[in-house]
Design a protein around this ligand. Structure first.
Ligand code: M6R
Length: 615
């Protein structure tokens, strides 16, 4: 929910921190701040607003020298976004500084106790409570920084990724995690700490990801020490070689990350099935599935848990898995599942879907499913993320970094991988005949080309956006495999353009939403020439006779819908079950152009953050 970057080494820390914060702004962008230590003074600068605002303030207010420091870009949880609540926070003595991502749930009783002991608080944050608790522990028991952090964290309930600095230990950073990610980049005589590896990829490709309940003491010119927070035991951390490169996390000539990511879809879908789909040989192979094939094929039920766009991908998977492999599927919002005492059986397979692999509700739902004996399979994009490590097995989507807050390529790659799983299970269970199976494999292999063709709808989508950019509401309708696409289309529009939009199964319209239709209301109907085409045509007639404006996504060559709709966007032909991979594309483009025309911040919509690591 917030982004953290820290540095200790021989370079100037400021450029690394400021650039790193810009890369992490997708995690939160309502305020930002940093501290730098130059060997004499601990310099603090923080502000409400974006990292660029911080940069301007730094230029006016502090000198940027220093080889040690850290910064933070915030998505507010406790306390409104303002200068005071921004991180870093200092302890009362002014000697300790902290940045924090997460929530300290028991901050109120801790704060009351600290107030009784004479501590004064300047902000409304839980973080300021934590840094004073560390100071209190340090003073009371005369402890070194690392030990004091450890003792304090053992009193804390909640989630955190923290970095702490003590002016009395100016060659040391202490960091720790529980429930919020923290990566440590290991360079030559230098260390980097960050919420993900993007701030330091140009400096080192070696990193460790702290596990939950681990802390690291990073000292200049000394080997790093990683310990368990609970029992103080030393951990031998696994040093990973990073796969990310700089190009992947830059805009590459596009105006926005979202547009770049929309256009990356042909390539990343190919990356998703590369090595897994051998269409000519009739083979689908994914080690996470092969190693657990019996669990999947014996499953009485597949439960899918996810949030937001990933939940929509789960809904598409429900249609595809039930159709292909004939296994009952239930799709649950992770946030509901975790709190509603769900019935989980040992022979259930749970699939958790998450782009970031850090969504707090999905993580908690996974833990619950595991406690109840279910086998949990993860579909994640971010390699090494918490969900990918918490699950029993899984498959990465290989979409590459998704920086735009609105999920685009993550969605289509999730559908791709889930379709591969459905086909593999259909083969193993014998629920699909060989010729259909083979046909699907070949069609799936052609999807990237067809997505490329679907991207050519960009100009039409832009023209339609010009016409409808000022509407207050929009309705999205789809049936069958494309009902979840209607939900996703509506989510994309509302999150980046702030237009109220709703997605519905087309046939449900007459049970209520039809009352909304008048000549002002654009209705986006997903109407490929397969499945329930005739029924959707009837739904279009119903809208038409109430003067609604129809924007239809149709298969190339369609004439019937074309004759009724105000605007059509054509996508290439494919099998019904694969249409979501194509119908999604013009809806992403439409939302994008409407948001741009409305002057919205497409990549960083208001109130949102890329990974929701708080519940
Ligand atoms: O990282 P995850 O896939 O777990 O994230 C889930 C949702 O927070 C995410 O899909 C969110 O809804 C996006 N803003 C949608 O564009």
């Amino acid at each position: 929910m917030c982004g953290i970057v820290g540095y200790i080494g021989h370079r100037e820390a400021y450029p690394i921190i400021i650039k790193g914060l810009k890369r992490l702004e997708y995690r939160g962008y309502d305020s930002a701040g940093l501290v730098l230590y130059d060997g004499k003074d601990l310099k603090l600068c923080k502000t409400k607003g974006k990292v660029s605002d911080l940069e301007e303030k730094v230029a006016k207010e502090i000198s940027t020298e220093g080889h040690i420091g850290f910064g933070h870009t915030r998505w507010a949880t406790h306390g409104v976004p303002n200068d005071v609540n921004s991180h870093p926070h200092f302890s009362n003595s002014g000697k300790l500084a902290i940045v924090h991502n997460g929530i300290i749930e028991n901050y109120e009783p801790l704060k009351k106790e600290l107030i009784k002991r004479g501590y004064v608080f300047h902000s409304d944050t839980d973080t300021e409570v934590l840094i004073n608790l560390i100071e209190d522990v340090q003073k009371t028991d005369n402890l070194k920084l690392g030990k004091a952090v450890q003792v304090a964290l053992n009193q804390v309930v909640g989630a955190y990724a923290i970095v702490v600095f003590d002016v009395n230990k100016p060659d040391e950073l202490v960091c720790a995690r529980l429930g919020s990610p923290l990566a440590i980049g290991i360079g030559e005589d230098e260390y980097f700490v960050a919420s993900d590896a993007s701030p330091f990829i140009e400096f080192t490709s070696n990193a460790i990801y702290l596990e939950d309940e681990e802390m690291a003491i990073i000292r200049l010119n000394k080997p790093m020490k990683v310990r368990k927070i609970k029992d103080d035991s030393l951990v031998d951390p696994y040093v990973q070689e990073l796969q990310m490169n700089l190009e992947q996390i830059e805009k590459g000539g596009y105006e926005h990350f979202m547009l770049k990511e929309i256009y990356e879809q042909p390539n990343v879908i190919k990356d998703t099935y590369r090595g897994r789909l051998l269409a000519n040989k009739g083979i689908i192979q994914m080690s996470g599935v092969e190693d657990n094939l019996e669990k999947f094929t014996n499953a009485k039920r597949i439960l899918i848990i996810a949030c937001g766009t990933s939940w929509h991908a789960g809904l598409v998977a429900e249609y595809v898995i039930e159709e292909f492999a004939r296994i009952p599927v239930e799709v649950e919002y992770a946030s509901e599942f975790r709190y509603r005492n769900p019935i989980i059986n040992k022979d259930d397979v749970v699939i958790a879907i998450s782009q970031s692999g850090e969504t707090a509700d999905t993580l908690a739902a996974i833990k619950l499913a595991k406690e109840n004996g279910a086998f949990v399979f993860g579909v994640c994009n971010v390699v090494g993320s918490s969900i990918s490590r918490e699950t029993d097995a899984g498959a990465y989507t290989h979409a590459g970094p998704e920086i735009g807050v609105a999920s685009t390529k993550a969605f289509t790659t999730q559908i791709t991988i889930l379709t591969l799983i459905a086909l593999r299970l259909a083969k193993a269970k014998g629920t699909m005949n060989q010729s259909d199976y083979q046909r699907y494999l070949l069609e799936l292999e052609m999807i990237p080309e067809k997505v490329q063709e679907a991207l050519q709808t960009n100009d039409v989508a832009k023209q339609i956006a010009e016409i409808y950019k000022d509407v207050p509401n929009a309705l999205y309708l789809g049936r069958g495999f494309n009902f979840p696409v209607a939900l996703e289309g509506a989510l994309k529009l509302k999150e980046i353009s702030y237009i109220h939009a709703e997605g519905y199964p087309a046939a449900e319209m007459k049970h209520g939403p039809i009352a909304l239709i008048d000549e002002q209301m654009p209705v986006i109907v997903i109407a490929p020439n397969k499945g329930h085409y005739d029924k959707v045509v009837s739904n279009i007639q119903e809208i038409k006779s109430r003067s609604g404006k129809i924007i239809a996504v149709v298969t190339k060559g369609d004439t019937q819908v074309k004759a009724l709709a105000d605007h059509v966007i054509e996508i290439p032909e494919t099998s019904e079950a694969l249409t979501p991979l194509l119908t999604t594309i013009p809806l992403q483009l439409l939302s994008y152009h409407i948001a741009v025309l409305r002057g919205c911040n497409v990549d960083q919509p208001r109130n949102l953050a890329k990974s929701v690591t708080v519940e």
